[in-house]
Design a protein around this ligand. Sequence first.
Ligand code: NAD
Length: 417
Amino acid sequence: MTIGSFNPFQMAQAQFDKIADRLDLDAGARGVLREPLREFHFGIPVRMDEGTVRVFRGFRVQHNDARGPCKGGIRFHPHETADTVRALAMWMTWKCAVVDIPYGGAKGGVICDPGEMSKGELERMTRRYTTELIEVFGPEKDIAAPDLGTGPEVMGWIMDTYSMYKGYSVPGVVTGKPLSIGGARGRSKATGRGCVFVIREAAKRHRIELDGATMVLQGFGNVGSPLAELIHPLGVKVIAVGDVHGSIYNGNGLDIPALKQHTDQTGSIVGFRESEPLDSSELLTTQCDILVPAALEGQLTGSNARDVSAKMVVEAANAPTTPEADAILLDRGIVVVPDILANAGGVTVSYFEWVQSLQSYFWTEEQVNLRLEEVMTRAFENVYLEAQMRKLDMRSAAMTVAVSRVAEAIHDRGIFP
Ligand code: NAD
């Protein structure tokens, strides 16, 4: 997969180079951080339901483990590439560092179309994928999580396979598990909730009154739907929403609880009452106070960034803004709250889940949400102060905070032997 003319890993490296230059990072740390620490590429033979064997391609990339075990999701997607996984692994390192949780970054993936596979085929593929990585995964080494095309069920299969090899239950090897085997309360809404805390803090700092402010949202899935649901009570009017099937508009604000019900029943936002259809090509340029891309990478590009009509863009998705669009938005004075900060709520609650799994002591949902609020508010404040102090945009400030923390850890550990 490429984003416009950009390969995501080259994009991630270019972002890193810019910050490394600014920090005058020494050649050693630069060399360590510019490339993944380790990569695993392998074939996954799976007996399909009709009796034939298909071989899928699987990856796990560990970018860095200086601050703690590697942490990152697993994607099952037909367009997965090694470079996408490498880029996402690097972004995980920065994301964990920016919210100051003790993890490094990793990502995994399998090139497959989960929508075309039976549950049995998916389970056999997942168990074989886990077996290939049995010495790589581990609560102290590399902890998996759900991402595109995977969810709690897949995490349950990974935890079970890993535990079977070890001979005892190891819940700390994955996060995003079902509640019955040690999942964290509040995890399913954590990314959206974390994003709402970030929006609240950013609005305060940029003097946007949330009560009555307008929002346009692309994506109404795991991230977008809870985000809309949780921002609604703050008085924010979500005036337009888009998903893979189309977009809808209501200038007075969409009734989010009713839209959620409609989506649960029909599988899409399209056709929602009290809304008019909107051409999806106009969604991201619809006038609003806060624009939230919460769907895919590479949505704000050199072609549409000049027409964005928002005061603030909050990146709930990973890499929704190409570097070209980033430069245009910066030039136009539009604040961009970067993905590594805005969507870090998910990995933060994953961290809470891991801590609970290791201690076999479980928190209430209120405790999880309160601690998430503390982490996200503090992270926003650190990044905002960095931006003010060094006169940086929010992405450069977040990257500066993250890269400095990882470089400090590398320095303090020293080089073995
Ligand atoms: P999801 O699959 O649950 O939802 C994706 C949403 O985007 C759906 O509403 C889908 O219809 C919509 N969509 C897909 N293609 C589209 C298109 N071409 N145009 C408009 N809408 C489209 O995925 P998710 O978990 O909500 O993830 C969304 C983004 O957030 C991804 O970039 C993901 O990497 C990132 N993210 C997710 C989490 C998490 O906890 N789920 C954490 C951090 C970052």
